[in-house]
Design a protein around this ligand. Sequence first.
Ligand code: BTN
Length: 298
Amino acid sequence: MCSITQISRIAIWQHIKKLQKLGYIIEAKRGVGYKLTQNPPDLLNLYEIEKLKHTTAVENIFFFENTTSTMDEAKKISENNKNLAHKSLIVALNQTQGRGRKNRHWLSFGENIYASYIYLPKNLMPQDGLFVMFAGCIAIVLALKQIGIDAKIKWPNDCLVSDKKIAGVLVDAKSDISSIDEIIIGFGVNINWADIPEETNATSVYEVTKKTTDRLFILDKIVQYLEALIKLIENKRKSNIIKLWRLYDTTLSRKVEIISDSKKIIGKASDIDEYGFLLVETQNGIQRIITSDSVRFL
Ligand code: BTN
């Protein structure tokens, strides 16, 4: 190793220590050398995430062990980079101020996925933002399907397993009247979170499978699906997104309570329209619900 790398034994030993700290299992045998034994089932670090550059269209990857929120980092990165690549991914191991829709707190304790995808689109319109949110949910459901998890989508941005929240999607878009200049898609997916507080009504892949799951595998799949689904939106095939959404939806036909800033609506979720808005059958007829509302199953 010393002759190949042209560095001293001590330096090699220091690098090995760093790799071990990152989670790699490396055996050391006196007089023989080092051996990388099988990797642990879930390794998430910059080196591993960089592999996504080969399997997805992501050009730039930013990794943080600790941050307030990957949404904050995404904003800073986009503000500070005039020539930002068209597709960048920000991943964090921990967030101190993870947030969801309507500025709700997103618990970010566990060994989960916390990521934001920055996309500078060429062909998205302001009204496509909701469809990008749907694309995020569908991408998560399809990724979880790969490991046998049957997740469903709750309008507009939740992914549920047995009616418990396993993931959420948050979309921030910068648009003018006719087009979106930049869209940040944040997603949190509960993967290896073992001790979930009861009152959160959350679940995780670990809680469902009782096994540790490779976050990188799921992250890779989510980004691949997300990119393919965004292409559909850009190619004016939003009807395909609606079809997929319906396939994995758990909102329609259920009795729901819609809480918005000014009022409460109770009724049956009957459909979504071509703009992605939820239609609810109430005593006063069909009401059209826009994204700023939240939905509770009754
Ligand atoms: C929601 O359910 O309302 C959306 C939750 C989105 C959480 C993710 S975690 C990664 C990214 N950073 C954040 O602060 N929020 C999103």
